[in-house]
Write a protein that binds this ligand. Structure first.
Ligand SMILES: [Cu+2]
Length: 241
């Protein structure tokens, strides 16, 4: 009987570990909620659960970047970060995926999209949470409200594969069919830096914004330099091609 109980417990553990939640990153202009959203944005996931972010919004250029309730549109020190995944309008091949494994379900995990073009996605409400409290002040609704109230450019610092309470084992993949990845995360949970350029390209469903000009105020503005223009040129080349 003792063996049977142990086997039962083992299988229950395996069941929990096998759970997966899928979140779509970005959408289309005609969708309810528009382009700038994670679907769903309210995720419940126990330890061992995997949360797979699928960059389905086409065209799109988004990130999944860990932040905090207190500062929804800036990267959390030691947080995870997918990097910028650009999806062209005509991407018909495999969808890039970024998969987190939950390592601490005892506290909420907050995240945002740090893309600034054509306007900061975080301020447009492109945020989400894993295991957010359903009562009290730190609810997802309050987090969304705080993000929408955020002024200036959301933080561009790069996180890593490993985050706080959740970690990825690989950068978004596959990157194919015209998709590109800028600022791919590397191993470790280094503190976010402000030296990386934001990505570029037009996440607009209409593709109308071809001359993005992120405002020169706020966090990370000093990083907007020649490397950013180079990245823009590279992505625009993809669009033109
Ligand atoms: Cu976005």
């Amino acid at each position: 009987m003792r063996f049977a109980s142990a086997a039962l417990a083992l299988s229950a553990t395996a069941l929990v570990a096998a759970q997966n939640v899928v979140v779509e990153v970005g959408s289309v202009a005609t969708a309810e909620g528009g382009i700038f959203q994670f679907i769903p944005n309210d995720i419940t996931a126990a330890n061992g659960t995997t949360v797979t972010f699928r960059f389905t919004g086409a065209p799109g250029n988004h990130t999944v970047t860990q932040s905090s309730f207190a500062d929804p549109c800036n990267p959390l020190a030691g947080g995870f970060d997918s990097g910028f995944v650009f999806i062209p309008p005509t991407n018909t091949t495999e969808t890039p995926e970024f998969t987190l494994t939950i390592t601490d379900d005892s506290r909420p995990i907050w995240f945002y999209c740090k893309q600034l073009i054509p306007a900061p996605h975080c301020s447009a409400g492109m945020v989400g949470a894993i295991n957010a409290p359903t009562s009290g002040s730190n609810t997802l609704a309050n987090f969304v409200s705080a993000a929408r109230a955020f002024q200036g450019s959301s933080g561009q610092g790069e996180g890593g594969l490993a985050g706080v309470g959740a970690s990825a084992s690989a950068a978004p993949s596959p990157i194919a069919g015209g998709a590109s990845l800028v600022g791919a995360p590397t191993s470790g949970a280094a503190a976010p830096t402000q030296t990386s350029p934001p990505s570029s390209g037009s996440p607009s469903g209409s593709g109308a914004n071809t001359s993005p000009s992120p405002t020169a105020t706020g966090n990370g503005a000093s990083a907007l330099g020649s490397s950013w223009l180079l990245a823009l040129g590279a992505v625009m080349g993809v669009i033109v091609a």
